[in-house]
Design a binder for this molecule. Structure first.
Ligand SMILES: Nc1ncnc2c1ncn2[C@@H]1O[C@H](COP(=O)(O)OP(=O)(O)OP(=O)(O)O)[C@@H](O)[C@H]1O
Ligand SMILES: [Mg+2]
Length: 324
């Protein structure tokens, strides 16, 4: 059984998340969609963005969490500001920008909830520039962990790699954006791609455990210290290389009744970050169990970000793992 150090009560320590926050607008038709027509259904709004999602889970896990991001001075921006406050995410080092639209992600699903198409309006993320971060650098460097999402532009990533001294953790977000981490792989303490993002980064076709191990080895050859590759129903590959000693271990998922597939990876990455914040010396296999427990909790919840807490992770971990 994993011992939870509970160090999250320490108010001196904090995590900084640098990344995207957007308003998600979802349209789900009641019946099979009719193209180029008005389809009856449900339209719902929620605050998303990988950076914000991870910040929300971290805050719920008791970590003092600062989200460094930008949002517009518009109706969506005000909703996002209020929601962050309600979720315990500190926006003191974020900025509301007058002349920009808040980042918005609009998607339409089929009647079962599977995404059919999306339009993302995330240009405002480009305002997270080196100049923007420079004024916050001392605070960022005071963090126990600086967690990045791949919504940041490559030159911003590069600047972070050159200037941020706090341990860098990252989620690669999507195959299109994963490459944004390429300039700073050698600066990353922890990176979590999923299988196709790791394949995009490494050029290795990741389709089973052996090829996932090859992908992890490629990332560690580039200088990432610890890699977690989430493999959907196959669980997670945990890999690390310290002082020339390599360790790789597969952790299968916990039995899960899926309510929605959205956001399990984000919650898993937040739990990985929490795990290091709580105890930086925890074995990677235990971190993998924590990630799988958190992802399972996310999959069983209809919202992208579940109401997670440490006790729920603990409860989940008392269930037997699925057979790998
Ligand atoms: N059917 C399932 N049962 C249990 N766990 C699952 C299942 N599918 C995925 N998971 C777990 O959820 C986590 C996230 O999975 P995945 O590999 O899809 O990451 P991701 O693509 O980054 O997700 P996201 O779309 O949230 O970014 C993984 O750790 C994975 O093992
Ligand atoms: Mg993901």
């Amino acid at each position: 059984m994993v011992d939870f150090a509970g160090s999250s009560c320490d108010t001196e320590r904090y995590v900084v998340v640098i990344g995207g926050m957007n308003m998600d607008i979802c349209g789900r038709p009641t019946a099979a969609i009719v193209d180029r027509d008005s389809n009856p259904g449900k339209v719902s709004l929620s605050v998303g963005g990988v950076g914000q999602n991870m910040a929300q889970s971290l805050a719920h896990l008791g970590v003092p969490t600062y989200l460094v991001t930008v949002y517009g001075n518009d109706a969506n921006g005000r909703v996002m500001e209020r929601t962050c406050r309600e979720n315990g995410i500190d926006l003191e080092y974020a900025q509301c920008l007058d002349d920009f639209r808040s980042s918005t992600y609009m998607f339409i699903t089929d009647e079962t909830g599977d995404m059919l198409l999306a339009v993302n309006d995330m240009d405002i993320c480009e305002q997270i520039t080196p100049a923007f971060l420079k004024t916050r650098l001392d605070f960022i460097n005071g963090a126990s962990i600086c967690l990045l999402d791949a919504n940041l532009a490559p030159e911003t990533m590069k600047w972070i790699g050159d200037n941020v001294t706090a341990p860098l953790f990252g989620d690669t977000v999507s195959t299109v954006k994963a490459d944004h981490f390429l300039p700073i792989l050698n600066k990353m303490s922890v990176l979590k791609p999923n299988a196709i993002e790791a394949a995009k980064l490494s050029g290795i076709d990741i389709h089973d455990k052996a090829s996932a191990e090859e992908g992890a080895a490629w990332l560690m050859d580039k200088g990432v210290k610890t890699v977690y590759i989430s493999l959907g129903i196959e669980g997670i590959l945990c890999a690390s290389r310290t002082s020339g000693v390599e360790e790789m271990v597969h952790v299968p998922p916990y039995p899960t009744i899926i309510a929605t597939a959205n956001g399990a990876g984000d919650t898993g990455m937040a739990a990985i970050t929490w795990s290091y914040f709580d105890d930086p010396n925890r074995p990677i296999q235990e971190v993998g169990h924590i990630a799988q427990a958190a992802s399972s909790i996310a999959l069983e919840c209809t919202r992208a970000v579940p109401d997670i807490d440490v006790q729920k992770i603990r409860n989940k971990m008392s269930a037997p793992l699925s057979v790998a």
